[in-house]
Write a protein that binds this ligand. Structure first.
Ligand code: CDP
Length: 235
């Protein structure tokens, strides 16, 4: 079984995907981390986020390793043997990743890699184009959203835990910029797959969202009524 979880920044995708994968004993793949790893590497090598051919050449040559972190259930990311898991969350990477990931040449290499990983099955992937491009054949597709202010609040908390203090208004602005770039780019923009289930997580706890997703996947759908979410899956 393949599960796709898409949505904008801060909607809770990676937290939910990680926990759902853990509960099911599946592999979790954070596809955003792959674009972040390339962005981080490009910054290190002084390559501009607009230089599509240089980025394409880096991405096809770089030694990218993704492993499972037993402790967190998340991924650990290595480039050329260096563990960059924490470094790729830095604001400078977040500020450049949407431009880096907008290039068709870059996406081709990364999406091919993701498709190969998906072939193994028993996988939960989160990103922007998983239900539409990477795994259009996924058994379950979820599209998570939340209000901009709630997403900024969550991101502030997460950054603060990692020692980065960023102003809430500034984060709202950054999130809106990234939403706009991600959803208007020409190649595989962020959008809900027609057969994805939309979950607005604004007023939901992580546990509630995980339970809801598991209810769908494991066959019982009873909690749908109580969460005011509107299933939009058309089989
Ligand atoms: O964690 P957050 O929601 O902030 O973002 P992420 O999942 O780490 O993804 C970072 C960026 O990578 C996104 O803003 C997109 O520009 C890009 N991305 C993408 O284009 N396609 C994906 N499947 C995943 C991420």
């Amino acid at each position: 079984m393949k599960i796709a979880i898409d949505g904008p920044a801060g909607a809770g995708k990676s937290t939910i995907a990680r926990q759902v994968a853990k509960k099911l004993g599946y592999t979790y793949l954070d596809t955003g981390a792959m674009y972040r790893a390339l962005t981080y590497t490009a910054i290190q090598r002084d390559i501009s986020p607009s230089n599509s051919s240089a980025l394409a050449s880096v991405v096809s040559q770089m030694d990218l390793q993704i492993t499972s972190d037993e402790e967190t259930g998340g991924n650990r990311i290595f480039v050329d043997g260096e563990d960059i898991t924490e470094a790729i969350r830095k604001p400078v990477v977040s500020g450049n990743v949407s431009e880096v990931s907008s290039h068709a040449e870059v996406r081709k290499v990364i999406v091919d890699l993701q498709k190969r990983m998906a072939e193994q099955g028993q996988v939960v992937m989160d990103g922007r184009d998983i239900g539409t491009v990477v795994m259009p054949d996924a058994d379950w597709k979820f599209f998570l959203t939340a209000s901009v202010s709630e997403r900024a609040r969550r991101r502030q908390l997460e950054l603060s835990k990692n020692g980065h203090e960023v102003d809430l208004k500034e984060l709202e602005r950054q999130i809106q910029d990234r939403d706009l770039m991600d959803s208007t780019r020409a190649v595989s923009p962020l959008r809900k797959a027609e057969d994805a289930i939309h979950i607005d997580t604004t007023h939901m706890t992580i546990d509630e969202v995980v339970k809801l997703v598991l209810n769908y996947v494991q066959g019982g759908k009873s909690s749908v009524q109580s969460t005011n979410n509107h299933p939009q899956r058309h089989n």
